[in-house]
Design a protein around this ligand. Structure first.
Ligand code: NAP
Length: 269
């Protein structure tokens, strides 16, 4: 058994490999190689976005891998700036063309607001966008749909009108930044929480205090940080452009963080 192939089950019954491979800031020039390496290393879940400008390379790597399409879980995302029904349908089609796949496994609204307007209210627009997401889901071209960076208010807003509830909320989540209110609200509502930046975009790696705990288990800080997400029932999406990092991050089955250390890490300051 491996966390690369063990699955969580989404509220609609779709199975999702418990550990994903992130591709933010993986430039198109190396994305095909990085994703191909990850697939060779056993990853079966790739997280991209239209905004990452590497969907084409992700699609090429999957096709060249020789793996059955059904053996790889692919997530992409609607740009945060797209806040109309028509715009959402159009952007989805452009992602499908870039990926050149028949379907995606998960399609997410990247954020509740355009990045330049983070924190402002887009309630009405998000309900409109969600109608498009539901239509995409009903078409079968996305096996599951969800949201990213949504807080409690923004989730309540979408839930109020939804005929299909989001299955996932992908949030910034790592040791010291576990967003307890958002995580609990999402999980109580039946959403799977995905952890983006599970290594704090690399900043956890050199943390001496976390290293000291990792040393007790004979693992790297990255492995400890990934295992921490998994033991909280959250799905980590570490990014690694270096193969040795991707391999290290996948090797998290051989140890269990004790309850006492989980409590310590869950209250990390
Ligand atoms: N929904 C959103 O708004 C959103 C936002 C941010 C991220 N994400 C998703 O989450 C993924 C991960 O987040 P992230 O890209 O911020 O970064 P991250 O996974 O938290 O950290 C990646 C950094 O850690 C390094 N690293 C990885 N494994 C390592 C290891 N075993 N030992 C030492 N260093 C290691 C990587 O180096 P190398 O690359 O050099 O190997 C890279 O510099 C993204 O790629 C994306 O798919 C989503």
């Amino acid at each position: 058994m491996s966390k690369l192939t063990d699955t969580y089950t989404l509220s609609n019954g779709v199975k999702i490999p418990q550990l994903g491979f992130g591709t933010w800031q993986v430039p198109a020039s190396i994305a095909q190689r990085a994703v191909a390496d990850a697939l060779k290393a056993g990853y079966r879940h790739i997280d991209t976005a239209k905004a990452y400008h590497n969907e084409r390379e992700v699609g090429l790597a999957i096709k060249a891998s020789g793996l059955a399409r059904s053996d790889v879980f692919v997530t992409t995302k609607l740009p945060a700036e797209t806040k109309t029904y028509e715009g959402a349908l159009k952007d989805f089609e452009s992602s499908m063309q870039a990926l050149d796949l028949d379907y995606v496994d998960l399609y997410l609204v990247h954020a509740p607001w355009p990045w330049a307007k983070a924190g402002t209210n887009y309630d009405q627009e998000n309900r409109e966008v969600w109608r498009a997401m539901e239509e995409i889901y009903q078409s079968g071209k996305a096996k599951a749909i969800g949201i990213s960076n949504f807080g409690v208010h923004e989730m309540e807003n979408v839930f109020a009108d939804a005929t299909v509830k989001p299955m996932v909320n992908q949030i910034r989540y790592f040791i010291g930044n576990t967003e307890p209110a958002v995580t609990k609200f999402a999980q109580d509502a039946g959403l799977l929480v995905e952890a983006y930046s599970p290594l704090a975009t690399g900043r956890l790696i050199g943390n001496d205090r976390i290293q000291a705990i990792a040393d007790q288990y004979g693992v790297t800080t990255a492995q400890l940080a990934i295992r921490f997400c998994l033991q909280n029932g959250v799905l980590p999406l570490p990014k690694a452009s270096h193969l040795e990092h991707a391999q290290n991050n996948a090797d998290v089955d051989g140890f269990v963080i004790s309850d006492a250390d989980m409590a310590l890490l869950n209250s990390w300051q």
